[in-house]
Ligand binder design. Structure first.
Ligand SMILES: [Zn+2]
Length: 172
């Protein structure tokens, strides 16, 4: 793990700030600020209108859009992407968007104890389940899945046997 001294951390932060300022300067401070304000307005409007489920809903398309515009103006891809990222970070700060934690991003976050979720697609091929089917779309998928799991179990047993035999040889 990389451990930085306070002085090195300060120097690193200064370097990053200078790079950020350089990217802002390349666009022009006034234009940069106007674009950030416009972005914040778009993010807020889309969320208030219900077009996005969270304030972060437009992050991907906006970042790609800004980057593409800058690239078309002759910017390198890397600088354009970093600038788009900087602008969006500032826009999200303006609208006071708080990024969800990793846990909140997992499907289990909304599944409470005892909650049953009805399966609507085949476990193997993801085709919609016909009426009366609860796991597989048909006999073919059901058999293929059972065969696959059986072969996985067999492989695991073989691996276990091989490991046991190898460890016995080493100790004796
Ligand atoms: Zn299937």
């Amino acid at each position: 793990m990389l451990v930085m001294t306070p002085a090195a951390r300060k120097s690193q932060r200064r370097k990053e700030r200078r790079a950020l300022e350089a990217r802002r300067g390349k666009l022009g401070r006034t234009r940069y600020d106007a674009l950030v304000k416009e972005l914040a307005d778009v993010i807020r409007l889309a969320f208030d209108a219900g077009a996005t489920a969270s304030l972060w809903g437009m992050e991907g398309p906006l970042r790609a859009g800004i980057r593409a515009d800058l690239c078309l103006q002759g910017w390198s891809w890397g600088t354009a992407d970093l600038t788009a990222c900087d602008m969006l970070a500032e826009a999200f700060r303006r609208v006071r968007a708080v990024r969800p934690t990793w846990n909140e991003g997992q499907p289990e976050w909304v599944i409470h104890e005892g909650l049953l979720i009805e399966r609507t697609r085949c476990v193997r091929c993801s085709a919609p389940l016909p009426e009366g089917h609860h796991k597989f779309c048909g006999k073919a998928c059901s058999m293929a899945m059972h065969h696959y799991i059986a072969s996985l179990k067999a492989a695991n047993e073989q691996t276990a046997v091989r490991l046991a035999v190898n460890s016995k040889r080493k100790t004796s």
